[in-house]
Ligand binder design. Structure first.
Ligand SMILES: C[S@@+](CC[C@H](N)C(=O)[O-])C[C@H]1O[C@@H](n2cnc3c(N)ncnc32)[C@H](O)[C@@H]1O
Length: 328
C-alpha cells in the first residue's frame, strides 16, 4: 500500500484484509459458523433472480452453483473496504446495490455465505449510507429485515433497475455531493447502460463497479447467428441495443464470440467515457476448473484513485479459499 493513499496508516489499522501482508497470505472474508440444516437443493424454486431456497435463517438464500461467484464477491468486498477506509473520513460515502438479492447465498453442495449486500454493512469503516434495490419482491422481503440495522443508514427499494421510479428514489435519498459507489450485479443483460449514465450525470463523484455480462450479450447475438443456420435461439439484438444504448447493435456482432464480447465491452466503455468515466479497470473472474472467464468485474470512474483502489483490491487471489470449482 502506498503511503500517499493512506498517509496516516488508517487503512492498515482498520482493514478487514491484510493488504500489507505478503502475496498469498491475504485473508479470505471471515464467515460466521455454518449452522447444520438439511440440504435444501430439493426445495429450489425459480424466481426472477434465478433460484432461491429456504435457508438456515428461516428466510431465503440465492443459489450459486460455482464457488467462483464467492471469489468475485471477495474482490468487490475488498474494493469496498479500501474505498470506505480511505474515503469515509473525507467524504460522505454511499453504497448503491442495484440488484441486491436476498443478502444470503447458498453454494450448492457447500455452505451458506453472507452476500455482498450484508458484508458491506460490517466494514470497519462503514459507508454513511446504503441504498439497496431488487426487482424480485421475495428477494426484498428477505433482505429488508437483514439490513434494518439501527447502527446503519439503510434504504431499500423494490423497483425495476431501468425505471425512472428507482432513479427518483435514489436522487431523493443520496446527496449529490456524495462519493457514490454503485454496484451492479445483474441477472443476464437486464440492466441498460442508461441507468449508469443517469447516475453519472447526477453524481460528479460516481464510481461504477459492474459485473459486466459480455458473455450474455455475445450469447444473445450469436443465438441469432445460430438461427440463421437453423440451430440457434431467437435473435435478441433489440435487447442488446437497449442495454448498450446502440441504435444498430448488429454492428457489434463479431466474426466470433470473442470479437463480439470485445465490441460489446468497447461500446459499454464508450458510453461511460462520454460521461467522463474513462478510468477503467477489469478483473476477469474465472471458473477454476476450466479457467474460462465467467465474469468481467469492471470498475469505471472519473477518478484515477478509484482505478488504483481497484487494482489494489484485485491484485491477489483470495488464498485460503477452495480452488475446486463445483461447476455451473
Ligand atoms: C445475479 S443476481 C445478484 C444478486 C445479489 N448481488 C447477490 O449476490 O445475491 C441478480 C439480481 O438481479 C435481480 N434483477 C433481475 N432483473 C432485475 C431488474 N430488471 N431490476 C432490478 N433487479 C433485477 C434479480 O432479482 C437478482 O436478485
Amino acid at each position: 500500500m502506498t503511503s500517499d493513499l493512506f498517509p496516516d496508516g488508517l487503512h492498515q489499522q482498520l482493514s478487514i484484509f491484510s493488504l500489507t501482508s505478503d502475496a498469498g497470505s491475504s485473508q479470505a472474508p471471515s464467515e460466521p459458523p455454518v449452522k447444520a440444516v438439511p440440504t435444501p437443493e430439493d426445495q429450489l424454486r425459480l424466481a426472477r433472480g434465478g433460484e432461491l431456497v429456504p435457508d438456515d435463517e428461516y428466510s431465503l438464500a440465492r443459489v450459486v452453483h460455482s464457488h467462483s461467484v464467492v471469489w468475485k464477491d471477495y474482490f468487490v468486498l475488498r474494493y469496498a473496504d479500501i474505498v470506505s477506509t480511505a474515503m469515509t473520513p473525507k467524504h460522505e460515502c454511499w453504497w448503491l446495490d442495484l440488484q441486491c438479492g436476498t443478502g444470503r447465498l447458498y453454494e450448492v453442495g457447500g455452505s451458506y455465505h453472507q452476500s455482498i449486500a450484508m458484508r458491506v454493512l460490517d466494514l470497519p469503516r462503514p459507508f454513511h449510507g446504503y441504498f439497496y434495490n431488487d426487482l424480485d419482491g421475495d428477494c426484498i422481503s428477505a433482505l429488508t429485515p437483514r439490513v434494518a440495522r439501527p447502527d446503519r443508514n439503510t434504504h431499500v427499494r423494490n423497483d425495476d433497475v431501468n425505471s425512472q421510479a428507482l432513479l427518483d428514489a435514489i436522487f431523493a435519498t443520496v446527496p449529490r455531493s456524495a462519493l457514490v459507489t454503485v454496484y451492479a450485479d445483474q441477472q443476464g443483460i437486464d440492466m441498460n447502460v442508461d441507468v449508469l449514465v443517469a447516475l453519472a450525470r447526477r453524481y460528479p463523484k460516481l464510481d461504477v463497479l459492474i459485473n459486466f455480462p459480455a458473455t450474455g450479450y455475445a450469447r444473445a447475438m450469436h443465438g441469432a447467428h445460430g438461427l440463421a443456420q437453423g440451430a440457434g435461439t431467437a435473435p435478441n439484438f433489440s435487447k442488446a441495443g437497449r442495454g448498450l444504448n446502440h441504435t444498430s447493435p448488429e454492428a457489434l456482432f463479431g466474426w466470433d464470440a470473442a470479437e463480439t464480447r470485445r465490441r460489446v465491452r468497447a461500446q459499454f466503455e464508450q458510453e461511460l467515457a462520454r460521461e467522463g468515466l474513462d478510468q477503467v479497470e477489469t478483473k476477469p473472474v474465472r471458473l477454476h476448473r476450466t479457467n474460462a472467464v465467467i465474469y468481467d468485474l469492471v470498475l469505471a470512474s472519473r477518478n484515477p484513485f478509484a482505478a488504483k483502489f481497484f487494482r489494489e483490491a484485485t491484485a491477489r487471489e483470495p488464498s485460503g479459499q477452495r480452488v475446486m470449482d463445483l461447476g455451473l
